[in-house]
Design a protein around this ligand. Structure first.
Ligand code: KG4
Ligand code: ZN
Length: 342
């Protein structure tokens, strides 16, 4: 089965063609980050308009690159949520209409299920059951995964998502949006031991997270090191970036270890934009070794938003006989544990 995947939930237009026999045939991404950087965050209306401009050309590009035509597509998977309503509507209406005109099924895919299953596109995929850490710009969740659609929430952030915390801290350090990769880069030149930031909610049992306090801590540290002209020396900025990253990554690692111990599962999957973070991967490699477990993640371009994860997730559900009706489904909020099992 050949499935065209469409992702437009936020600020990246992603398209991919996945073949259940041959794997990924092609994928393309157009990132809007440069357009939004000027505003320090995603401007929803600009995002929707840009998806309108880029989606059809990207579909054409993926088909051409994979040597396929519209008539070679067996089904269409589109991201139906969670995300920005206007942005979702572009992918949902295009995907649904294209499927209708081609006389093929369409399936509405949950964006976080897409992230969760993205490591399945790699050479050594995880096998069910496993523990998943979903860390993106909008979500931080620990999930017990017993199969596709069999998700039990173990813990989640009570305030900011990890990616959101990276983005906000980056702003305080004078870095652009999205801040995660920029903090990670700056942190490599910083001294991780000069400042010690708190590891929120690790001193009590449970698997929930809270990152908003780290933001305040970052702001206070930045302000405490301004000179009379309000400037901060570049090395101090790098040291703060390193301390911040270390605190977030350590906190995530502590909770992942607890989740492995609590479930007794031996596989840990990390997914979503923050799972591209090299320091997080490094720390979790130590955790899984101690817990005699294995760590899985997607290649960096499939950690952040992309069409391949949507094509893959949609394909698994379609192969199990599921499909969506003619409704153009777009749900800005959509709890993942309400999804049907296969
Ligand atoms: O999954 P994603 O592309 O979009 C959402 O579904 O939200 O995640 C984007 C988030 C942003 O907050 C970005 O700063 C963060 O992932 N991110 C990173 C890294 N790469 C992306 N955070 C830390 N380190 C990175 N290397
Ligand atoms: Zn995402």
């Amino acid at each position: 089965m050949r499935v065209l995947g469409i992702e437009t939930s936020c600020d990246e237009t992603g398209v991919a063609l996945f073949d259940s026999e041959r794997g990924l045939l092609g994928d393309a991404l157009y990132s809007q980050v440069d357009m939004h950087a000027e505003y320090g965050g995603v401007v929803p209306e600009l995002a929707s308009r840009d998806h309108v401009r880029k989606l059809i050309p990207l579909i054409r590009e993926v088909l051409a690159e994979s040597g396929q035509t519209l008539s070679d597509i067996d089904a269409i998977a589109y991201t139906a949520g969670p995300g920005l309503i206007g942005a979702l509507m572009v992918g949902a209406s295009t995907g649904r209409a294209l499927a209708l005109s081609l006389g093929i099924p369409a399936i509405a895919v949950h964006h976080m299920e897409g992230h969760l299953l993205a490591p399945m596109l790699e050479e050594t995929p995880p096998e069910f059951p496993f523990v998943a850490l979903l860390v993106s710009g909008g979500h931080t969740q620990l999930v017990q995964v017993d199969g596709i659609g069999q998700y039990s929430l173990l813990g989640e952030s009570l305030d900011d998502a990890a990616g959101e915390a990276f983005d906000k801290a980056a702003k305080m350090l004078g870095l652009d949006y999205p801040g995660g990769p920029l903090i990670a880069k700056l942190a490599t030149t910083g001294d991780r031991s000069r400042f010690t930031f708190p590891r929120p909610m690790t001193d009590r049992p449970g698997l929930d997270f809270s990152f908003s306090g780290l933001k305040t801590f970052t702001l206070n540290t930045v302000n405490a090191h301004r000179d009379e002209a309000g400037e901060i020396d570049p090395q101090t900025l790098a040291d703060i970036a390193a301390a911040f990253e270390e605190a977030v990554v350590d906190t995530l690692a502590i909770k992942c270890r607890r989740a492995l111990q609590q479930t007794g599962y031996r596989q840990l999957v990390i997914a979503g934009g923050v799972s591209a973070n090299a320091r997080l991967r490094e720390k979790l490699a130590v955790v899984v070794e101690k817990e005699r477990s294995k760590l899985f993640y997607a290649r960096p371009k499939f950690c952040t938003d992309n069409g391949a994860m949507i094509a893959y997730a949609g394909c698994q559900r379609l192969l199990a006989g599921q499909q969506s009706d003619l409704t153009i489904l777009a749900r800005p909020r959509w709890p993942m544990d309400t999804l049907p099992p296969l």
